[in-house]
Design a protein around this ligand. Structure first.
Ligand SMILES: Cc1cc2nc3c(=O)[nH]c(=O)nc-3n(C[C@H](O)[C@H](O)[C@H](O)COP(=O)(O)OP(=O)(O)OC[C@H]3O[C@@H](n4cnc5c(N)ncnc54)[C@H](O)[C@@H]3O)c2cc1C
Length: 390
């Protein structure tokens, strides 16, 4: 027996992109159905992004008190770049008068899910999309956790189903996209320890990159550059602390039991098409970035802001102009973020085949950023995020 559902907008994926889109559509009185293949528990407990641009926090404010980004999250007015034995602060407030917030992605998702369920909106966990059919009434072919087929017929379908998107085939077909691979990955740990530093430290050392980050008064998130094929079990706890410590000279890291470890491979990718007919892509389904610039989740939210406005005009006023413009408008920010993420990654990591020339040039590049008011301002502007309406 097939379950058939009819809605105005079918949204595949309850990540930050899908959930924020459903919220913005609901504000405009547009009904949607959101499906996700994972359980609520899995979604709310997967550790991923942690840095919110100012514009993302302002958009989260629109869900009201359900958003705890400002109350539980921490505002950061700067970061440190460390290289050649010295730390250099990039002061966001001084350079661009903006800030970022440290608030984990799974907490953002808890807030968005709570707000959506409190408003009685349709959100289905454990429902997997197998494909999307375009047309005047596009359809999502899916199945629930028991394997029962679910057909969702809508006026518009949005693929917010992450980097392994099934919706992408309906939009981009076999014309996949542009991408770049990197010869390194991040080894990430979560540990029970108080912060080693008040602000994030992005450290370039002869042994490779490390990021010292914070989560709460008792839990810390840290990363160091590793080979993409590294096994998470390859290091003992003592070896992990040694790897981290030698890449952050000048700071004594506060150690504690490590309770999660993962290897995060990264690549840059942009799909060749972001919309075809009545199907569009947002977030990681449309593009991925290496995590060094902290852009992934924020870029997903920026796409959604544009697409929500386009869908409002299309579905409520039959005005298709913003929808037609969506791929070009979104691409402008996507490629700026791609550049920033690529630039931060290359400036801070040490490639396995780096020569003496490469290493000295890299230090020259870092110095030209931190010693220039304009260099610091570019980094601060991109890191805190370009205004969402631009
Ligand atoms: C370790 C790590 C650290 C990161 N750090 C940062 C950071 O500091 N700052 C930052 O901005 N970004 C960061 N990112 C990137 C950020 O997490 C992603 O860019 C963000 O999650 C993208 O949101 P999204 O909604 O587009 O996709 P996702 O969050 O991937 O959500 C997609 C959803 O779709 C569901 N789905 C997939 N396929 C189907 C299907 N066929 N049917 C139904 N449901 C489906 C998935 O279960 C998932 O819930 C990080 C990522 C990782 C992995």
């Amino acid at each position: 027996m097939t379950t058939t559902v009819r809605t105005r907008v079918a949204i595949i994926g309850a990540g930050p992109a899908g959930l924020m889109l459903s919220h913005l559509l609901a504000q405009a009185g547009i009904e949607s159905v959101v499906i996700d293949q994972r359980t609520r528990d899995e979604i709310e407990s997967t550790i991923r992004a942690g840095i919110l641009e100012q514009g993302t926090v302002e958009l989260l404010d629109t869900i009201g008190p359900a958003s705890r980004a400002r109350t539980v999250g921490h505002r950061h007015d700067g970061i440190e770049l460390r290289f050649d034995g010295e730390g250099h602060r990039i002061d966001f407030a001084e350079s661009v008068g903006r800030a970022v917030w440290l608030y984990p992605q799974h907490e953002v998702l808890k807030d968005l899910i709570a707000a959506r369920l409190a408003a009685g909106q349709d959100l289905r966990f454990g429902v997997t999309a197998d494909g999307v059919e375009d047309g005047d009434h596009p359809r999502v072919h899916a199945r629930d956790a028991d394997g029962v087929p679910v057909e969702i017929e809508a006026d518009f379908v949005v693929g917010s189903d992450g980097s392994r998107s099934v919706a992408r085939a309906a939009v981009a077909g076999s014309r996949n996209g542009s991408f770049r691979e990197y010869p390194f990955a991040w080894f990430g740990i979560l540990c029970e320890a108080p912060p080693s530093s008040e602000e994030l430290i992005y450290s370039n050392s002869p042994d490779g990159f490390a990021l010292v980050s914070q989560r709460s008064a008792t839990v810390q998130r840290m990363y160091f550059q590793c080979d993409p094929d590294t096994d998470t079990a390859a290091f003992s706890e003592a070896q992990l602390w040694d790897e981290l410590q030698k890449r952050v000279p000048g700071t004594t890291l506060r150690e504690g039991p490590i309770f999660q470890r993962d290897v995060l491979r990264f690549r840059s990718f942009v799909a060749n098409e972001l919309r075809r007919g009545r199907v569009a892509l947002v977030g990681d389904a449309a593009h991925t970035v290496p995590p060094t610039g902290a852009k992934g989740m924020n870029l997903a939210i920026a796409d959604v802001r544009l697409l929500a406005a386009a869908l409002r005009a299309f579905l409520l006023e039959s005005d298709e102009r913003l929808l037609d413009a969506y791929p070009d408008t979104a691409s402008r920010r996507i490629w700026k973020a791609q550049h920033f993420s690529w630039w931060m990654t290359n400036m801070l990591h040490v490639t396995p085949d780096a020569t003496d020339f490469d290493r000295r040039r890299q230090l020259g590049e870092l110095r030209s950023v931190v010693e220039s008011e304009h260099g610091r301002a570019y980094l601060a502007e991109a890191y805190c995020g370009w205004p969402l309406d631009a």
